[in-house]
Design a protein around this ligand. Structure first.
Ligand SMILES: NC(=O)c1ccc[n+]([C@@H]2O[C@H](COP(=O)([O-])OP(=O)(O)OC[C@H]3O[C@@H](n4cnc5c(N)ncnc54)[C@H](OP(=O)(O)O)[C@@H]3O)[C@@H](O)[C@H]2O)c1
Length: 313
């Protein structure tokens, strides 16, 4: 059972999702949370990971560690995204199984769904078509992770490995570096810079027409805790997790401009790639378990922007 005194390892606790998990677990009264920074524990190092598990007697794992980035990073370094993510998840899966961790949550990605896919995307559409080229290395590792969870459960006759596929996560502690950030944080930084520099206009990548679904990091954290508590009710397959609403990149830019107070004109460089035009998850299987997201898009955006202003610059 997932109890207040269970020994819980949050891998990747300094990141966007990991930090939200530590916050929500603390707020909910979980007292035995284990964290190790990247410097303290290199998760691609199998021996180091085994030594950590040997000492740890860990009950539950939220596997939030991974190499995560935006379109530029994924396009230019696909081998690194593939290699590092495969190593991290393989080392943790193997040790979680060997040292009989009660449950582990792995986070897949919506980029593992076909580039051209019926919307909203149901779990059964997974692997029914070719995936988006620009994130192939990362997506291949995530596909291996999703299959990995199912395989460990099947081979060892358990339901210990839980796999959730969240749509684009946003929130505090996100990466605002322009090379490695996702669209949400990248637009916050670009629009805020345009405001600070009093730019009359700002040109953004693509047509602005692709639609994306965003979910606040603390909602993903609370959904993950819910899954741990209800692991006995889960099927051996991944669960989609989204907010249920998607926005065009244009709408996102307008919403951010409003919060930031940027009054300049936004122009679109249609020569730059758009990527997949729509990525809305059908999360009805997850919602049917009895959980729902709480954080409104406008509130999550304001909190994220405030954090950016206070911490990032
Ligand atoms: N962000 C999204 O929109 C999204 C959507 C769907 C799924 N996911 C998945 O959710 C998980 C968390 O994503 P996130 O956005 O929270 O990522 P993030 O903010 O980039 O955080 C990643 C965490 O992993 C740590 N890490 C990276 N490589 C490591 C290594 N080799 N050894 C030890 N620690 C390492 C990082 O530490 P350092 O920073 O110190 O390296 C950081 O704490 C990932 O598996 C991601 O694929 C994310």
């Amino acid at each position: 059972m997932f109890n207040k005194d269970s020994k819980i390892y949050v891998a990747g606790h300094t990141g966007l999702l990991g930090s939200a998990l530590v916050k929500v677990l603390n707020e909910d009264g979980y007292e035995n949370i284990i964290t190790k920074s990247h410097q303290e524990l290199e998760l691609t190092d199998k021996l180091a990971v085994e030594n950590f598990f040997k000492e740890g007697e860990i009950d539950f794992i939220f596997l939030c560690a991974g190499k995560v980035g935006g379109i530029i990073g994924n396009k230019t370094k696909p081998a690194s995204y593939l290699h590092e993510n495969l190593l991290i998840q393989d080392n943790i899966f193997e040790m979680a199984n060997k040292y009989e961790v009660k449950n582990l949550i792995f986070y897949g990605s919506s980029c593992t769904y076909p580039k051209v896919c019926q919307q909203p995307m149901k779990e059964e559409y997974w692997l029914t078509g070719a995936i988006e080229e620009t994130s192939m290395g990362y997506a291949a590792a995530k596909i291996a992770g999703i299959i990995g969870c199912k395989s460990y459960n099947t081979q060892y006759g358990t339901n210990r490995f839980i796999c959730v596929v969240p749509n684009s996560i946003y929130g505090v502690n996100d990466n605002f570096d322009l090379e490695n950030s996702h669209v949400f944080s990248a637009l916050i930084r670009k629009i805020d810079t345009a405001k600070e520099e009093e730019q009359e206009s700002l040109t953004l990548w693509g047509s602005g027409n692709p639609r994306r679904e965003f979910i606040y990091s603390e909602d993903v954290a609370s959904a993950s805790i819910f899954l741990m508590k209800n692991s006995n009710k889960l099927e051996n397959s991944h669960y989609n997790l989204g907010s249920g609403t998607d926005y065009s990149i244009k709408e996102l830019a307008e919403a951010i401009s409003k919060v930031v107070g940027y009054k300049g004109k936004i122009e679109w460089d249609v020569e730059k790639p758009d990527g997949t035009m729509k990525k809305l998850l059908d999360s009805s299987r997850f919602l049917a378990l009895g959980w729902k997201p709480k954080v409104k898009f406008e509130d999550g955006l304001k909190t994220t922007y405030q954090w950016y202003k206070e911490n990032y610059e």
